[in-house]
Each structure stands twice: as structure tokens, then as C-alpha cells.
Design a protein around this ligand. Structure first.
Ligand code: SAM
Length: 309
């Protein structure tokens, strides 16, 4: 194995200068907001490589300084990658140890690095990964939506026509869907998601691991209405959307309880009991009888013989 192996039987995570690592490419995940989210192995790796390739030397410089890491930097970002890659490859070819980090989270996940990894593999240069946070998985695990199967869609296209084209093939996918989005485009993106995928349960995860972390869970149309009313949120966001309703009980579980009451309350405020039950049944995929019983309980009609809805 390239790099640091825990089983070497010595202390890991020391930040004092240590021997340089064996040559090769070390892909190192860093925090997505909370600077404490970095592994001991990442710290040790960054301390012991010859150079750290990063998107923005100021961002990474600040982060490494907080951890007492004094590394040499070189810029590797989407605008200079074609020029910077051959230089990195020649350093790697000379036997240097190069770490690749991004501004936040896991490199290569909507961040540069994929071509560099491919070029290293082709050239027979060792590549290893020092794993850590990614906003995509953090949002999925906090969404309350099914995690057994998921599809990561990266950033949605910025223009509406292209966004709609990109979403159509995903409508029948039996998996939770994860998208990165800019806060400014969030209301429009949620609107298109609701139109193309149907009004499914969803979550918007904002500022994960940071002071103002928030996960808002509701249907796509409710989320869209919220952000249209309130305006785009501050900070960084990830959208997670439930699979189509018929894909299994996990979806049902995710929207039971308080959330079912919340959906029914909103629907009952605008529609008759019959229409509210129909709308919530359609949106959630829950059994109609269950939604109906809950609606009766909420409206105080339970036991009043209202079985005709
Ligand atoms: N490589 C990174 C990762 O593994 O998380 C993602 C980089 S991508 C260029 C940046 C996008 O990730 C943001 O626009 C946002 O959608 C999402 N993101 C990153 N950090 C986040 C956070 N703390 N909270 C919510 N979303 C975040």
C-alpha cells in the first residue's frame, strides 16, 4: 500500500516534521466546513508529502495552518489543469509524493482531479486515497430519505431548458437523488425537480458541519414555495430527493409521523378532506387508508363515520 499504514505500529497523526512519504499521488479529503473534520492520516500525509496540489492556495493555506501543517503548494484547478497536470506528472515521475486536495471535502467529487488520477494510472504511478467528508454523503445521511440506493447528479445545469433535459431521464430511477446547487438557483431548481419528478419528499441540507447547519425536510413543492417566499438561503446547499413512491417501504418510513401531519395540515388548510388526502397520498406514496385515518384524527372527525372520502 502506498503511504501511511496504521499497522506500521507507530504513532499516527503527529504534526511534527517526519520523513517524506514514498512517491505517488495522495488524494486527501479535507473538511466541508468544520475544520475539525480531518483525519489523523490526512494530517500526517499532508505533513509528509513533497507538495500539495490545491484549487486555491489561500484557502488550503489557511486550513493547513490551523492544523500546524507547513507544506509547499502548487495550484491545480479547472482553469490551469491542462498546463499544471504535465508538471505534476513529471514531479511524480521523479519519485515525488504529491497530495491533491480541493477547497472542501473530497477531491474529484464535483472538483478537479479525475484526469490527474487517470494519467497517473496510465503512467504506472501509485495512487492512494485518504478518505474523509463529502457534502453529498453528509446531506444524504441527514435527509431522512432512503440510503440503500442513491444517485449523485453533481451540479444541475444552470439554464432551465438544460436542467429539465437532465432531469427527465432520472424520473424513473429507483434511488434517492443528490444534487449540488447554488443557493441563488435553489428555488428554480426545486420547482423544476417538482415538475419533472413529481412532488416527492425531499431535503435541502445547508451549511453542513458549520454553525448554521440546517436540514429542511418537506415535499419539493413545499421547499420550492419556502425558498421563493423567503428568498435564496445563505451558504452552501445540497438537495436530496426521495425515490419514486413505488420503490419501497423505506420512502414510506421517511415521511411518517410529524412530517405526515405537517403535509396533511398544509393540504387541509387549502383543500377539502377528500382532496387533501388524495394530494398527500399521491405525493408520499403512503397507503390511502393510512393517510385518511390520520386526516380524520387531525380534523377531529375520527369515529364520526366519515368513511366516504
Ligand atoms: N468536493 C466537495 C465535497 O466532496 O463535498 C464538493 C465540492 S463542490 C465544488 C461544492 C458544492 O458542494 C457546494 O456548492 C454545495 O452544493 C456542496 N457543499 C460543500 N460544502 C457544503 C456544506 N458544508 N454544506 C452544504 N453543502 C455543501
Amino acid at each position: 500500500m502506498l503511504g501511511i499504514c496504521k499497522d506500521e505500529g507507530r504513532e499516527i497523526g503527529r504534526t511534527t516534521p517526519q520523513a517524506k512519504l514514498e512517491g505517488g499521488l495522495y488524494i486527501v479529503a479535507t473538511a466541508i466546513g468544520n475544520a475539525g473534520d480531518i483525519t489523523l492520516r490526512a494530517i500526517e500525509t499532508l505533513n509528509r508529502v513533497d507538495v500539495v496540489a490545491c484549487e486555491d492556495t489561500r484557502v488550503t493555506g489557511r486550513f493547513l495552518k490551523r492544523h500546524g501543517i507547513d507544506a509547499a503548494f502548487v495550484a491545480y484547478h479547472e482553469h490551469n489543469a491542462a498546463r499544471a497536470r504535465p508538471k505534476l506528472l513529471s514531479r511524480l515521475g521523479r519519485g515525488e509524493a504529491v497530495a491533491l486536495v480541493s477547497d472542501a471535502g473530497t477531491p474529484l467529487i464535483s472538483d478537479p482531479g479525475y484526469r490527474l488520477v487517470g494519467a497517473c494510472i496510465e503512467a504506472g504511478i501509485g495512487v492512494t486515497f485518504v478518505p474523509g467528508p463529502s457534502a453529498a454523503l453528509a446531506a444524504l445521511v441527514l435527509s431522512g430519505l432512503p440510503t440503500d440506493r442513491f444517485y449523485f447528479g453533481g451540479f444541475l445545469p444552470t439554464r432551465q431548458a438544460a436542467r429539465v433535459r437532465a432531469l427527465k431521464p432520472l424520473a424513473a430511477l429507483a434511488a434517492s437523488l443528490i444534487f449540488f446547487e447554488s443557493p441563488r438557483r435553489l428555488p428554480a431548481a426545486l420547482g423544476d425537480l417538482a415538475d419533472i419528478l413529481g412532488d416527492r419528499p425531499a431535503a435541502v441540507a445547508r451549511e453542513l458541519t458549520k454553525k448554521f447547519e440546517e436540514v429542511r425536510r418537506a415535499s419539493l413543492s413545499q421547499l420550492c414555495a419556502h425558498y421563493r417566499d423567503e428568498g435564496p438561503p445563505k451558504g452552501e446547499v445540497v438537495i436530496v430527493v426521495a425515490p419514486p413512491a413505488k420503490t419501497g417501504a423505506a420512502t414510506v418510513t421517511a415521511i411518517e409521523g410529524a412530517e405526515l401531519d405537517q403535509r396533511l395540515g398544509a393540504a387541509l388548510a387549502e383543500a377539502s378532506l377528500r382532496d387533501a388526502v388524495a394530494a398527500v397520498t399521491e405525493a408520499t406514496g403512503l397507503p390511502r387508508g393510512k393517510v385518511y385515518q390520520r386526516a380524520l384524527a387531525l380534523t377531529g372527525k375520527a369515529g364520526a363515520g366519515g368513511g366516504g372520502a
